[in-house]
Design a protein around this ligand. Structure first.
Ligand code: HEM
Length: 303
């Protein structure tokens, strides 16, 4: 059964209270700039221009969901990281989260996942419906379980981010490598329950301002190489990362905060905006649908 991107985006807005002028997800966030410097041997894996020279980056950190007032202290919600590494021959765009898995495996399952979460007339979703859906779709609980088992990040720059889909890298000779991509924070830090209690609902934006005044926030881009049998079309499934070979492809440095307008005029489209040398998974239905869904959200928030 085909899921309709507009229907999914409508449900994303409905679940979080139909706020106007904001993204269907990542509604609360901070726009940024920086640069990406490739590692010396990145070009041996991919011929993308971003792996051959340092390029400028526009980026945005965000909280998951369509509520622009969500507390930064929320635990079972992913932090998001969108970035466009610019090059005239083709931008390289990643829109990634602070967990190795997404919540659903197919667009149809995402539609059902959202439907049971739409608040009723009393302003609350039906807890019984959510429970019944979770029991029938156990893989949809993995992301929340993963987040609940870890401390709340002390900073948008204090956590790793995963691109969750399996990408194919192609080098100049035509050799292909399948890999998941992870941005590893140089300065990882979580908050204890005690520390979390002392924080206000919004502290990430100020923390970032103070941090960037002292120097860039850095992330290494690491490719986790697939082994035969690793699932490449299921974003609810993890690979045993610790057992996989990895290659560092470069370092992202976030240097300064940008006006919101720089990030809001367009979407970060992780499907269409990739250069030659890197491609998303053709057989992962959750990948393809992101492009039309993000376009629907853009048209709704800018009208
Ligand atoms: C599968 C892995 C996915 C990840 C890692 C992910 C992550 C994110 C992140 C980080 C943002 C914030 C972007 C920004 O700051 O501009 C975002 C926005 C959004 N996501 Fe996803 N997402 C995923 C899948 C999906 C799917 C399957 C849909 C719908 C079918 C969807 C719908 C949206 C929409 C509508 C927005 C708002 C776009 C905009 O207004 O610019 N996402 N997503």
């Amino acid at each position: 059964e085909e899921a309709d991107p507009a229907a999914i985006v409508g449900l994303q807005f409905a679940v979080s209270g139909n706020h106007k002028g904001v993204r269907a997800s990542g509604a609360k966030g901070v726009c940024l700039k920086g640069s990406f410097a490739p590692a010396p041997d990145a070009a041996s894996l991919s011929k993308a221009p971003q792996f051959a020279k340092t390029v400028p980056v526009t980026a945005r950190f965000s909280m998951g969901g369509g509520n622009p007032k969500i507390s930064d202290k929320t635990k079972a919600t992913t932090r998001g990281f969108a970035m466009r590494m610019a090059d005239p021959a083709g931008d390289m765009t990643f829109v990634i989260i602070s967990a190795p898995v997404f919540s659903t495996k197919t667009p149809a399952q995402l539609e059902e996942f959202l439907k049971v979460r739409v608040p009723g007339p009393d302003g609350k979703p039906d807890a019984e419906k959510i429970k019944a859906f979770a029991a029938q779709n156990p893989e949809t609980g993995r992301q929340a379980a993963w987040l609940n088992a870890r401390p709340v990040p002390a900073s948008f720059a204090g956590t790793d981010y995963w691109a969750v889909h399996a990408y194919t890298l192609t080098n100049a000779k035509g050799d292909k490598t399948v890999a998941k991509l992870k941005f590893v924070a140089a300065d990882k830090a979580g908050l204890s329950d005690e520390e979390l209690k002392a924080k206000p609902d919004s502290f990430y934006a100020d923390e970032l301002k103070e941090r960037l005044a002292k120097g860039p926030a850095r992330f290494d881009l690491v490719a986790i190489l697939a082994q035969p049998g690793d699932p490449t079309a299921d974003v609810t499934a993890t690979w045993p990362e610790e057992e996989r070979k990895t290659r560092t492809l470069g370092t992202l440095a976030i240097t300064a905060i940008e006006p919101d307008a720089t990030c809001d005029a367009a979407t970060f489209d992780p499907v269409v905006d990739l250069p030659d040398g890197i491609a998303g998974p053709a057989d992962d239905p959750m990948f393809a649908i992101r492009s039309p869904a993000y376009a629907v959200s853009l048209s709704r928030r800018s009208n």
